[in-house]
Design a protein around this ligand. Structure first.
Ligand code: ZN
Length: 488
């Protein structure tokens, strides 16, 4: 469809027409997880939001380089440069090497992403693999005069930067408010201002993850890695930077400042942020006891859950809300998603049962236009899904011969559902478990052979096929012109 793709740019606070800097190439950077624990719903939302974007950009024909990092160093317990490194702390508690923690939780994160049918990014760089590049960027920021060294640590000079540029342009925070609102934390007296942030921190003697530098044996600040890795793999100017709204400040605000200070101009054209997930109206948090990991969803092993939910149900649940709206989880909402998804997938499967006619009494093109209009409107997946459900009614009336459709329109209908349900929304028909859709095809093939045998009055073969399929757990229901089946 030739309609414009419109996205909401957090930076301009407006919807804008998407125009890549260097078409057909698109550079997309998304802040990935800090890998020190199991992934939960809060990880699933950005992953699925930007997976939808990645899939749709590719559907439109763009060549997308999607970079999603793994944070494996420098993310301290509180976001204001204090506390223990999250990964080092976990390593200390578990008596493991920090890189064992990183490997273990990255593997588990990847497994969860695969279960959710989230496509792999093109590049998945780790912060610890880019220490030299981070030191080089610090040099550039120091040379430009927007950072200072103090006792082996290097801090970004927010006040100095604000004289030349606008610190706060993304989050809308004003420096004067920051001045009055930033708490003075113990040990922050190295900073000229409490809102300055670390580019390099001198490691305390007990700190495990450390690298040599001209300033000290230390480690990079958390915000720096994303400026460095996005520049390295996507260039000084690239198209889209995404992440959760919780990263808007200070993480993304500081990324803008670092890149601007080092390169002299801003690097990102469109900033996109997904909203948060709440649980029964409450923020998710370990201390609130409502922190449910993805594995707990998939197995049902959590006191807030009374059943297991398939990964596709979780994916569908997330897609049923617009990415910029908050999304409230409750068991009832997930059960509703489970039913809705089932209804959608059953309808898609039944398209194959529709027999083409000479005339169409349904308007496939209109449905198609509505679907594209929805996705083009800032990835409006809930509206898209509601149009797909309108189409489900159309499909059902075609299956029941209450409406008719030409062969050409039927092909169009099939393609429409394949594109939107499987390619763009990234849903998968997990119901036929082993082998997914392949299993469907194989059973249909066997039943076709049986139908032919029956037509040729070879009842011995036809009964044998039916009995053996039944003993394998298939329920076969004969129709006049074939048979339907399901797995018990
Ligand atoms: Zn980041």
């Amino acid at each position: 469809m030739q309609n414009d793709f419109i996205i909401y740019n957090t930076l301009s606070r407006k919807k804008e027409k998407f125009e890549p800097i260097n078409p057909p190439f698109v550079g997309l950077y998304v802040c990935g997880p800090t890998v020190y624990g199991d992934a939960h719903l809060g990880h699933a939302r950005p992953a699925i939001t930007f997976d939808l974007l990645f899939r749709y950009l590719q559907h439109m024909g763009y060549k997308v380089r999607y970079v999603r990092n793994i944070t494996d160093v420098g993310h301290l317990e509180n976001d204001a440069d204090e506390g223990e490194d999250k990964i080092a702390k976990k390593a200390r508690l578990e008596q493991l090497e920090p890189m064992e923690i990183v490997q273990y939780y990255s593997d588990r994160y990847h497994k969860n992403m695969e279960e959710l049918n989230v496509l792999k990014p093109s590049i998945e760089p780790r912060a610890s693999g880019h220490i030299i590049e981070q030191q080089q960027m610090i040099d550039k920021i120091l040379e430009a005069g927007y950072a200072y060294e103090k006792d082996g640590s290097v801090y970004f000079d927010v006040e100095k930067y604000s004289k030349d540029y606008n610190y706060g342009k993304l989050s809308g925070r004003v420096l004067d408010d920051l001045k009055s609102n930033t708490r003075e934390l113990a040990g922050q007296d190295e900073k000229r201002n409490p809102f300055d942030f670390a580019l390099w921190k001198k490691a305390k003697p007990e700190h495990i993850m450390r690298w040599p530098s001209v300033w000290s044996d230390g480690f990079p600040g958390w915000h720096l890695e994303c400026s460095v890795m996005s520049t390295k793999y996507l260039g000084e100017k690239f198209d889209i930077h995404g992440g959760g709204m919780d990263l808007l400040f200070p993480h993304h605000e500081s990324e803008i400042a670092q890149s601007t200070a080092a390169n002299g101009s801003e690097s990102v054209k469109y900033w996109m942020h997904n909203n948060m997930i709440t649980i029964k109206g409450q923020k998710m948090g370990k201390s609130l006891g409502n922190f449910i990991t993805l594995d707990e969803f998939f197995t049902g092993k959590h006191e807030l859950l009374d059943q297991a939910y398939a990964p596709m149900t979780v994916r569908f649940f997330i897609l049923q809300a617009h990415y910029r709206s908050t999304l409230d989880f409750s068991p009832e909402a997930l059960v509703a998603s489970e039913k809705g998804l089932q209804r959608l997938l059953t309808a898609v499967k039944s398209i194959d049962k529709i027999k083409p006619q000479k005339e169409s009494t349904v308007n496939v093109n209109e449905l198609k236009e509505k679907c594209y209009a929805a996705i083009n409107d800032d990835l409006n997946s809930p509206i898209l899904i509601s149009h797909l459900f309108d189409g489900v009614k159309m499909i059902n009336s075609l299956v029941e011969n209450k409406q008719s459709i030409t062969a050409k329109d039927l092909e169009e209908l099939k393609q429409l559902y394949n594109s939107f349900v499987f390619d763009i929304l990234g849903l998968r028909d997990d119901n036929s478990s082993i082998g997914g859709n392949k299993l469907n095809e194989v059973v249909d093939l066997i039943l076709n052979i049986r139908y032919n045998a029956k037509s040729n009055k070879d009842f011995a073969t036809s009964d044998k096929i039916r009995d053996e399929l039944q003993s394998l757990g298939f329920v076969i229901k004969d129709r006049k012109d074939g048979s339907d089946w399901e797995l018990k």
